[in-house]
Design a protein around this ligand. Structure first.
Ligand code: F6P
Length: 364
């Protein structure tokens, strides 16, 4: 009797890193190996490793200590197989090399852990006939088709804690402090941290802001005797000029998905606020601190459950999907309902309503 080869699963992490990536790798690998007897191969540095055939075989021992570890043991990159950078600054379509590596490794499925950009790369590989499953990660929480991405809760924890700490120094010096918060073109992280940390003003890409509204909010706090204010500024926040409006909901992704945006808004706004109100104003940029370190328990749990669901889907031969969390359920969503879309905050979202009800100025 011929012995059937164990199924082999490849796994890679792509796009900006976030807390929970290692927990997701561990969830996939433990369930694949332990429950289904599959072999697991880690592909290094995102799609670059797939193109260049750089991999490592993963064992159960490699999973020790991963649950709480920040970053990704596999490494990551923002490279796309169809646009691999060359030394001379041009790009080259290396999709064929990525497909070859998949077949050379005799993979039965490739799990791509990433955000919106990763889903776009993944669907291209699925269209080449590869069995692909994606898992949604990003501190931005902007992946379409899923209620949540892992990484978001950890980043919100870090940003909320920063706002807590900025409160005491702003209050001691009677200052206005603007806090730059990541999130590309979505305001989930800034708004979540604002509500959890108690900032007074929150500027998000979904609601173009008026400088006058921000000044009025800070001035009104001053007249009530509150001599300091905290202003959260999402990196995609923009003043209200019609041509910069951003689509709301599961809309088309910005052409420049995952390209970093300029963060000039808070610096120029701070200068203008100081001049207009005569209150000392400072800017704090949280930057990549928001993506570092150990994941929160919520993200560990989410990443583990997403990873285990992916293993089950492989076992059931369900491919070409992202594993989404919807309510308390984990379910597959076809990749074409994810790739190329971006989930921004709907204007009637409960978090927007909550912010308004507790008097947070949203800049409009
Ligand atoms: O996608 C996550 C994210 O941190 C965004 O919030 C931000 O716009 C971008 O990545 C920053 O990218 P990089 O780490 O490449 O500078």
């Amino acid at each position: 009797m011929r012995h059937r080869k164990a199924r082999t699963v490849g796994i890679l992490t792509s796009g900006g890193d976030c807390p929970g990536l290692n927990a997701a790798i561990r969830g996939v690998a433990k369930a694949c190996m332990g429950t289904y007897g599959m072999d697991v191969i880690g592909v290094l540095d995102g799609f670059t490793g797939l193109v260049e055939n750089r991999v490592m075989h993963l064992t159960e021992r490699d999973m020790i200590g991963l649950l709480t570890l920040g970053g990704t043991i596999l490494g990551t990159s923002r490279n796309k197989p169809h646009k691999m950078p060359r030394a001379d600054g041009t790009t080259r379509d290396m999709t064929g090399a990525a497909v070859d590596t998949y077949h050379r490794l005799d993979l039965d499925c490739l799990i791509c852990i990433g955000g919106g950009g990763t889903a776009k790369n993944a669907i291209r590989l699925a269209n080449e006939g590869l069995n692909i499953i994606t898992l949604p990660k990003t501190i931005d929480n902007d992946v379409a088709g899923t209620d949540l991405t892992f990484g978001y809760d950890s980043a919100m924890f870090i940003a909320a804690e920063a706002i807590d700490r900025l409160h005491t120094t702003a209050s001691s010096h009677q200052r206005v402090i603007l806090v730059d918060i990541m999130g590309h073109n979505a305001g989930w992280l800034a708004l979540g941290a604002t509500l959890a940390g108690g900032a007074d003003v929150c500027l998000i890409p979904e609601i173009p802001y008026s400088k006058e509204a921000v000044l009025k909010a800070v001035e009104s706090r001053r007249t009530k005797g509150r001599r300091f204010s905290l202003v959260s500024v999402a990196e995609g926040a923009r003043p209200a000029v019609p041509e910069r409006e951003v689509p709301v909901g599961d809309g088309p992704a910005d052409q420049a998905t995952e390209e970093p945006l300029e963060t000039v808004t808070s610096l120029s706004l701070a200068t203008e606020m100081e001049a207009a109100l005569g209150i000392e104003t400072r800017v704090t940029t949280l930057g990549h601190v928001q993506r570092g370190g150990t994941p929160t328990p919520t993200d560990r749990l989410l990443a583990t459950q997403l990873g285990c669901t992916a293993a089950r889907l492989i076992h059931e031969n369900v491919f070409g999907v992202m594993v989404a969390v919807r309510g308390s359920r984990f379910e597959p969503v076809p990749l074409d309902q994810v790739a190329g879309l971006k989930k921004t905050i709907p204007l009637d979202h409960p978090m927007v309503e909550t912010a308004r009800m507790i008097g947070v100025c949203l800049g409009d």
